[in-house]
Structures are given as structure tokens and as C-alpha cells.
Ligand binder design. Structure first.
Ligand code: ZN
Length: 279
């Protein structure tokens, strides 16, 4: 988890970004070298799945412990530019071509092994099979996702413009569910438990969460795309996310549901991608 000073820094940053919101929004003038992200999905063969033994949240949060990035909600790169700020207001989708396909150029760092790269691409193929999203190797496109091996699992939210990094730390993040989770952020999706209506579905146990970390459970004015709350979403944090005492930080209000999965996109995650991008 993050340190207290990182928490304070985040709060400061939130203030700055609030101020930035009042600036005029025009998309250009972005530092192209400043940003990042990526995507992926289902049908995992046994051999790729067997080592994904930890839930997505646990992998992400433990891998991000100690990263120097400024992250919100555990794994979202804090917007540093006006253009990136727009993405937090859901105005940063990838564009659709006239043939109805949303092409997202990407690069994969040479830090990754062949096996890592196969897993990453396997994740992307899941999106291809169920949505109109198509990841294509970058040639010279301006906006693209650079998949890198940095200090954790994280992504920007939506298309930020220019090069945007999606980090999948080797050894901690190159798992099908984590890959798809981070890619889904890059498509513009936030965490399920920050949904505007989440209090009808889950209880957040603030007593079990470090006070400096409670901002990770702030509700957001999310676009829920007329879809129901989805405990099975790959974007839903696990029951002990940010817990300081090993007790649950999130409790489902419905009986018999589990959350904090590791398998990848849920049926509803897929429906939402198709709704957001009008596939
Ligand atoms: Zn996340």
C-alpha cells in the first residue's frame, strides 16, 4: 500500500486537478511523451491460467507497493495534463473508424519475454473476440498504448493523447485478469466499487481501512451505461483491498455473491465496452 506521505501528495494533487478543471479544455498542447495505457480478454487456456493464483486486486496492490507513480484508487495514473483530465470526465474514448472498428495501436517493451508478450496479446485477443476493439501494432500513429515493465500494474484512464504507458511489472502483473483490468482502464472504465450507486450493493468498512487510503473508496460520478452493478466485474476490487487489519474493507450487501475475481472480463464488462463504443 502507499505511504502516508504519498496519500498527502495525492490529496494535494486532487486539489490541483480541481483547479485545472476550470481551465479551458482543448485537446492539443499535450506533452506527447508524458502519458500511457492498454487492454485485453477471455478464453484462457490452462497453461496460461495456472499461475494466476491471486485475485486481480491483490496482484495489483501488492505490485504497486513502492511504485513512484502517483496513482489513484491503487492503479490509475493521476492525470497530469488538461487533456488527461478530460478522460476522468469520460470524454476520452478511442475513435472508431468508418468500418465500425475501434483500432488501438500499441507497442510492447522488449523487457518482456516471448511468453509475457503472448499473454499480453492473448488478453487483447479476448477483446477482439467479443467487442469492436482491435489492438494493432503501432506503426506511426500519434496516440498509442506503450506496454512497459515498470514499478507496478497501472494505466491511465481512457485515451489521453500521444504515448500513454500501461505498466505490467514482470512477475507481479503479467496475469490474464490483471492485463485485462489495466486495459479496461485504458478504454475508459473505472473501478466497479466507485460507481455512483455502489452503496446499494456494497458496504465500505472504513474502520478497516487506513485513514490515508480512504480516498480510494470515494464514489465517482460514473457513467453506468444503464447496466446493473456487477460484482463479477474484473474492475471490482476484492474484499480486503486496502485493509489495514486483514478484515474486509468491502462487504457485499447481497448474500451469496463473491467478488475480486482473477479470470478476466465478465459478461457485463463486455456489454459495457460494446455500449460505450457503440460496437
Ligand atoms: Zn484498477
Amino acid at each position: 500500500m502507499m505511504t502516508r506521505s504519498a496519500g498527502v501528495l495525492l490529496l494535494l494533487l486532487l486539489g490541483l486537478c480541481q483547479a485545472a478543471r476550470h481551465l479551458p479544455e482543448e485537446g492539443n498542447g499535450v506533452d506527447i511523451d508524458n502519458i500511457d495505457e492498454i487492454n485485453e480478454i477471455d478464453d484462457i487456456p490452462e497453461d496460461l491460467e495456472h499461475d494466476d493464483s491471486v485475485d486481480v486486486t491483490d496482484s495489483i496492490l501488492s505490485s504497486n507497493n513502492g511504485t513512484e507513480e502517483i496513482l489513484w484508487e491503487g492503479d490509475l495514473v493521476a492525470p497530469m495534463t488538461r487533456n488527461a483530465m478530460k478522460c476522468w470526465n469520460q470524454q476520452c474514448q478511442w475513435s472508431k473508424k468508418s468500418n465500425g472498428v475501434v483500432e488501438i495501436p500499441y507497442t510492447v517493451s522488449r523487457d518482456f519475454t516471448r511468453g509475457d508478450t503472448q499473454k499480453i496479446e492473448r488478453g487483447m485477443q479476448g477483446f477482439h473476440s467479443s467487442t469492436c476493439i482491435r489492438f494493432v501494432q503501432r506503426s506511426n500513429q500519434r496516440d498509442f498504448i506503450a506496454i512497459v515493465n515498470k514499478g507496478g500494474c497501472y494505466s491511465s484512464l481512457g485515451r489521453t493523447g500521444g504515448r500513454q504507458e500501461l505498466s505490467l511489472k514482470r512477475g507481479g502483473c503479467v496475469f490474464h485478469g490483471v492485463i485485462q483490468h489495466e486495459i479496461n482502464h485504458a478504454l475508459g472504465f473505472k473501478h466497479e466499487q466507485t460507481r455512483s450507486d455502489r452503496d446499494r450493493y456494497v458496504r465500505i468498512n472504513f474502520g478497516n481501512i487506513d485513514k490515508a487510503m480512504t480516498y480510494n473508496f470515494d464514489k465517482a460520478d460514473t457513467n453506468n451505461l444503464n447496466t446493473p452493478y456487477d460484482y463479477a466485474s474484473v474492475m471490482h476490487y476484492g474484499p480486503r483491498a486496502f485493509s489495514v487489519n486483514g478484515r474486509d474493507s468491502i462487504t457485499a450487501l447481497q448474500r451469496g455473491v463473491s467478488f475480486g475475481q482473477r479470470n478476466g472480463l465478465s459478461r457485463m464488462d463486455i456489454n459495457r465496452i460494446n455500449a460505450l463504443y457503440r460496437c
